[in-house]
Write a protein that binds this ligand. Structure first.
Ligand code: ACO
Length: 311
C-alpha cells in the first residue's frame, strides 16, 4: 500500500506584522531583516486565537479538499511546539472540535521538522494497512514564546497552520522514500526555557545548510532518482539563504523551489504544508510531479520526503 497526500489546507491569521512595525519595537531595520532572512512580513494570531483554533481552520479545509468526513479519520497527528497547554494535547482538542469520534489522537514534538516526522509516521500506518485516513497538522503560535525585546529572534517567526489528509494512493504515487534524523547534542542551540525561545542563530544556520542539502540528496538516492527528476523543492521556510543553499545543492533553477518565507516568516511545523497549498493554488503542482520536502528544527531534528504527487 502506498501512502500519499489526498487533501490539504492552511490557516493564516489576518494580522500582518511588517519589518517596519518591528523597527518600532526593537533595534533593527527592514533592510537587515530582508537581506539576512528574506522575510518582509509575518502573520500574528490574535490573543483569543490559540494553536488548536488555527489547527482546526487548516484541518477543516484539508478534510473538505480530501472529501473525507471527520468520522472517517483513524488518527490525528499534530506537530507543534506551541500547544494550547501541556495537556490535553492539541490533537485531542482538535478531535473534539472536528467531531472525529473514531480517531486516535496524539501530538508530536520535533520543532520545525515536526511535519516531516508526522507525515512519515502516518505513512507507516497506511503502508502496513492499519489505518486508512490520517490527518496530520503542523501548527504553531510562535508569537506566544517570542521575546519581543530580543531582535535575534523576534524578527524571524510567524503564526499559522497547515494540514494534510493522508491515505492509500495508487502504485508509484505518494511517499517514495524518506529520511528522519536527530542530534540531541545540538539541543543547546535552539530551545525554550521558561517562557521564551532562545537561539544561537549562527550554529543553527550552519547545521541547517549542511543537513537540508544532505537529506534532500539522500531521499533522492533512496528512491533511485536524480536531481533533474525533481519538479519542486519544498524546503522548510526558515531563511531564504538556507533555502537557496539547498536549492543549489540540488542544482535546481529558482522556479523549482517554493518560497513563502517573505510573507509568513518561519512558521515552524506549519511552513511546509502552507507552502504546498500556495503552490497548488498557483497551479504549479500537477499530477505525477516529484516533490522533495525537507525540514530541520530544534532538537536538533531533520526530515525529508520524496513524494510523487497524486492519488
Ligand atoms: N536586526 C539588526 N541586527 C541584528 C538582528 C536584527 N534583527 N539580529 C541580530 N543582529 C545583529 C547581531 O547582533 C550581530 O551583531 P554583532 O556582529 O554586533 O554581534 C549581527 O547582526 C550579525 O549577526 P549574525 O548572527 O552574524 O547574523 P547572520 O547573518 O548569521 O543572521 C540569522 C542571523 C538570520 C538568525 C541567521 O543566523 C539564521 O537564519 N540562523 C538560522 C535561524 C533558523 O533558521 N532558525 C530556525 C529555527 S527552527 C525551529 O525549530 C523553531
Amino acid at each position: 500500500m502506498n501512502a500519499g497526500i489526498i487533501g490539504i489546507g492552511r490557516y493564516l491569521p489576518e494580522k500582518i506584522l511588517t519589518n517596519f512595525d518591528l523597527e518600532l519595537m526593537v533595534e533593527t531595520s527592514d533592510e537587515w531583516i530582508r537581506t539576512r532572512t528574506g522575510i518582509e512580513e509575518r502573520r500574528i494570531a490574535a490573543d483569543d486565537v490559540n494553536t488548536s483554533d488555527m489547527a482546526y481552520g487548516a484541518a477543516k479545509k484539508a478534510l473538505e479538499n480530501a472529501n473525507v468526513s471527520p468520522e472517517d479519520l483513524d488518527l490525528i497527528l499534530v506537530a507543534t511546539v506551541t500547544p494550547d497547554q501541556p495537556f490535553p494535547s492539541v490533537s485531542c482538542m482538535l478531535q473534539e472540535k472536528l467531531g472525529a469520534l473514531k480517531s486516535a489522537a496524539m501530538d508530536l514534538s520535533a520543532a520545525c521538522a515536526g511535519f516531516m516526522y508526522g507525515m512519515v509516521t502516518a505513512g507507516q500506518f497506511i503502508q502496513n494497512g492499519t489505518y486508512k485516513n490520517i490527518l496530520i497538522v503542523g501548527v504553531e503560535k510562535l508569537s506566544k514564546i517570542t521575546d519581543w525585546n530580543d531582535r535575534n529572534t523576534a524578527v524571524l517567526f510567524g503564526d499559522g497552520a497547515g494540514a494534510v489528509v493522508m491515505g492509500p494512493v495508487s502504485e508509484g504515487k505518494g511517499i517514495l522514500s524518506f529520511e528522519l534524523g536527530a542530534d540531541g547534542s545540538g539541543g543547546k542551540h535552539l530551545y525554550q526555557k521558561d517562557q521564551y525561545l532562545s537561539m544561537n542563530g549562527r550554529e543553527v544556520f550552519k547545521f541547517a545548510v549542511r543537513q537540508m542539502g544532505e537529506s534532500s540528496l539522500n531521499v533522492l538516492e533512496k528512491a533511485g532518482l536524480k536531481k533533474e527528476d525533481v519538479d519542486l523543492l519544498v524546503p522548510h521556510q526558515a531563511n531564504i539563504r538556507i533555502m537557496e543553499a539547498s536549492r543549489e545543492r540540488l542544482e535546481l533553477p529558482p522556479e523549482k523551489m517554493t518560497k513563502t518565507v517573505h510573507k509568513y516568516g518561519n512558521t515552524s511545523a506549519a511552513s511546509i504544508p502552507i507552502a504546498i497549498v500556495e503552490e497548488l493554488e498557483a497551479g504549479r503542482i500537477k499530477d505525477g510531479d516529484l516533490l522533495v520536502m525537507v525540514g530541520f528544527g530544534g532538537g536538533l531534528t531533520w526530515g525529508a520526503i520524496a513524494l510523487r504527487w497524486g492519488r
